[in-house]
Design a protein around this ligand. Sequence first.
Ligand code: ZN
Length: 446
Amino acid sequence: MLILKSARAVDWNPPRVQEHADIVIEKDTILAVGPNAALSYYDRADHVIDCGGKIVHPGLVCSHHHYYSGLSRGVLAEIGPTPDFISILKQLWWRLDRSLTDEDIYWSSMICSIDALKCGTTAVIDHHASPGCIPGSLDHIRRGFEETGLRGMTCYEVTDRNNGAEEAQMGIEENIRFARTIDRERKEGTWSGLCEAAVGAHAPFTVTDEALEGIADAIAQTGRGIHIHVAEDRYDVSHSHHYYGKDLIRRLDDAGVINEKALLVHGVHLSEAEIELINERDAFLIHNARSNMNNGIGYNGHLPGVKHAVLGTDGIGANMFEEFKIAFFKHKDASGSLWPDDFTRMLSGGNRILERYFNRPFGVIEPGYAADLVISDYLSPTPLEAENIAGHMAFGMGAQDVRTVIVNGKIVMEDRSFSLDVEQVYRKAAEAAKRLWKYMDTLSAR
Ligand SMILES: [Zn+2]
């Protein structure tokens, strides 16, 4: 049993501040919350942290990440001209993912997971691609989650773009294999409770109807949802009309792949009818404001009309305080009508994804919820109340305030320190990155 004594418990959604609250954690779950709630539990406690009035808030969720890009920071390889979105994929990302080895994926996962925890992100939803080593690749991502103690989901991005139907089939099989491994462990009682699976696909423009049929079958077999980029660039939209004669969300829905677990990423260039269809299916739309800015693909003006809009980074780290701020300020810059509390709702919305995959409640400091929590050093220079938490998020709180992180009831970072040798991990990752960049130079863009 773990006790957090005398905390200022802050929830994002619904917004709430509980003063002088004890938080009692049994195994992976919050057992009791409130003033003096721990009194009758001290004799059973293995560890007590006196928060001394510090803020404790639910851990943050990054709803779309690419761990395979972990070794790309500052990449030094010959990158040709990238005047448009497709050439960015061909020159950079598709050369990088084709160069990845099993070992690279593992080190990527380790450094991305550590980076997430340092920022108070307690769950990451990953979207993986490594065409040179598809079978077993999701296990390497999972090792990073499990060894650092981060909660995560992953999937393989099915595509035909390199080796046609054979490549797509390998991706489908990897998704099914991984989901079945989790199912088996859940059934046998050996599951750590940290890692779940989705069924990945790259984007409609790199997935044929035949592959889409296989993906629909994988979703039916595993009971998961699809995780796919949609309408990130206008090209995806035009491609769907050119080759299939319909809107891309209609095409996905006709294939039966959009359910209440579907994670549809970007959606910058969707039509009103497609947004309606996504809402009707109760699916998620994941907004990645910073990545959209980086690729210059335009702004998503649909956010106010999306039922489940949530936030991701699209591989640019997992600092959700930063992502939240950028999403908010970019929206205001685009003369949008939303306010900071709309964005705290989106940020907290990642917990609804976790609930649908892990089958338990997330994201609120209340008995029965998963014990994914952050102890923060944030000192509020002005009154902090339920009504203005989102304002403190937009204009104050940040990852620099994250002191201690608890995931699934375990302390994984305490007073900014990890029990694993972080410097050694970073050294190994940097060595892997050097090899990877060198190999990238041997591949041409295609
Ligand atoms: Zn992405």
